[in-house]
Structures are given as structure tokens and as C-alpha cells.
Design a protein around this ligand. Structure first.
Ligand code: GLN
Length: 237
């Protein structure tokens, strides 16, 4: 890995990649390159050692079996823990979000998570499927969150994690709050892929990892149209 480029790792695409999670990697790389930031991307499979010196780590959604396996392998590997301790930024989606917490349920069994976010997940009585929308924590200065959710888990936040958003449509963590953040770790139930619908979150991750206060604006005509359409669709539900 070179040290001059922004390095983005997609964790275990062979296990955790539903609803176009690769899009999050493509969008981040595109938005960095469009600002003249040299970028290198790495897709690290579950049989490979996790690099510890990247700037941004992405982890996607998945079914219970691959989710449990991914958690076990990441705990054994230890690379993500080292990267986070060194200040890496993280975007964790759905199954990836749950496994960043202390524990989660998969196929009826309680599984240990990475413990890098102060959250625990259990199962809800229903599966949460459909459009998700929320007003993001004002401290992050971002427009409303939009996404598609499909999960059986429900998530409870501890004192060291703040909700990413207040739910205005859909379920998220528990029907009230959605996702969590602490330091430079963001977790969300929003698929879509999340960054296609929420490019401002991509730019937040880029600002966190480059230290830039602001980034040059990009032409977001198409992303804005997608957001508008999906936010209206969520209101209509
Ligand atoms: N297996 C987890 C659940 O059902 C996560 C699902 C997902 O990533 N879409 O809660």
C-alpha cells in the first residue's frame, strides 16, 4: 500500500455484499478522484489478511450465516481493530453494522461482534423491509438519510454511541432511531447502496479521512433526483 494515496478497503465482499454494496466503494473512489485525491481501492476477501493501514473501511450487508462467519474471521484477524485504533474511518451497513457491535443474533444464536461500536442487536418480532428515511444527527451537518432496509435484527445503543438519525419512515434500529456513530465509525441499516442515495455521507467520510474542512462541490444532479424520488416514495408509504 502506498502512503500518498487515500486507501479504501472493502471488507469481505465474498461474504457481505447485498443490494449493491460495491457501489459504496465505487462512489467513494469516484468522489475522491473527482477532487484530485489519488485513491487506491482494495477488496479483501475472507481468506486474506486484513490490511491495517488503510484510511477507510467499508463493510456491507449479508445473511445470517455469512455475517456470523465474517465476525469470527475479523475477530481472529484483528486487523480492523488495529486500523480503527489508528484512526481509520468506517462505513458499516446492516449485517456489517450489527457485527461492529458487542453482539448480534444469527440463525437463532448469539454471536460476538467486534465491540468497536457500543451497540447490541437482538431479533425483532417482524422483519423490517422497505424504504427507510431519517433526520441525521445535526452535529454531522448532513441532509436526510434515505435507504432501503431488510433486516430481522433490532439494535440498541449504549452510552458511547449516538444515533445516526431519527427515523421518519421505516424501522432502522427500533422504529425510533436509525444507525449509530462514534468517532469516525458510521453504522446504518440503509442499503441502496447507501452512498448512491447519500453522497453527503461519502463526502463526510472523505473529509474525516483527509482532514479537509470542505471539498469542492460535484455535479450531483442525478444523485439529487434519486434522493428526491426515494424520499417522496418513503413519504407516500
Ligand atoms: N442478517 C442480518 C439481519 O437479518 C442483516 C441483514 C442485512 O444485512 N440485510 O438482521
Amino acid at each position: 500500500m502506498s502512503t500518498e494515496s487515500l486507501r479504501i478497503v472493502w471488507i469481505y465482499p465474498d461474504l457481505l455484499s447485498t443490494y449493491g454494496d460495491r457501489g459504496n466503494l465505487l462512489i467513494l473512489a469516484h468522489r475522491a478522484a473527482a477532487r484530485g485525491i489519488p485513491v487506491e481501492t482494495y477488496e479483501v476477501r475472507s481468506d486474506q489478511q486484513m490490511p491495517t493501514s488503510a484510511d477507510i473501511y467499508l463493510i456491507g450487508g449479508g445473511e445470517d450465516g455469512p455475517q456470523a462467519l465474517a465476525a469470527q474471521r475479523l475477530l481472529t484477524d484483528g486487523g480492523v481493530h488495529r486500523a480503527v485504533n489508528q484512526g481509520a474511518a468506517v462505513l458499516a451497513i446492516c449485517a456489517g453494522y450489527q457485527l461492529f457491535g458487542h453482539s448480534f443474533f444469527a440463525k437463532g444464536a448469539k454471536c460476538s461482534g467486534l465491540g468497536l461500536l457500543d451497540i447490541t442487536s437482538d431479533r425483532g418480532v417482524t422483519r423490517a423491509v422497505g424504504e427507510l428515511r431519517g433526520d441525521i444527527d445535526t452535529r454531522l451537518g448532513l441532509p436526510p438519510l434515505t435507504g432501503f432496509e431488510n433486516h430481522g435484527g433490532r439494535t440498541h445503543l449504549g452510552a458511547h454511541a449516538a444515533p445516526l438519525a431519527r427515523v421518519t419512515a421505516g424501522v432502522g434500529n427500533d422504529g425510533q432511531t436509525e444507525g449509530a456513530w462514534a468517532g469516525k465509525i458510521l453504522g446504518t441499516y440503509s442499503h441502496g447502496p447507501a452512498l448512491a442515495r447519500n453522497p453527503a455521507i461519502a463526502d463526510l467520510l472523505l473529509r474525516w479521512s483527509t482532514g479537509a474542512d470542505r471539498l469542492a462541490p460535484l455535479d450531483d444532479t442525478w444523485a439529487d433526483r434519486l434522493r428526491q424520488e426515494r424520499l417522496e416514495a418513503a413519504s407516500a408509504v
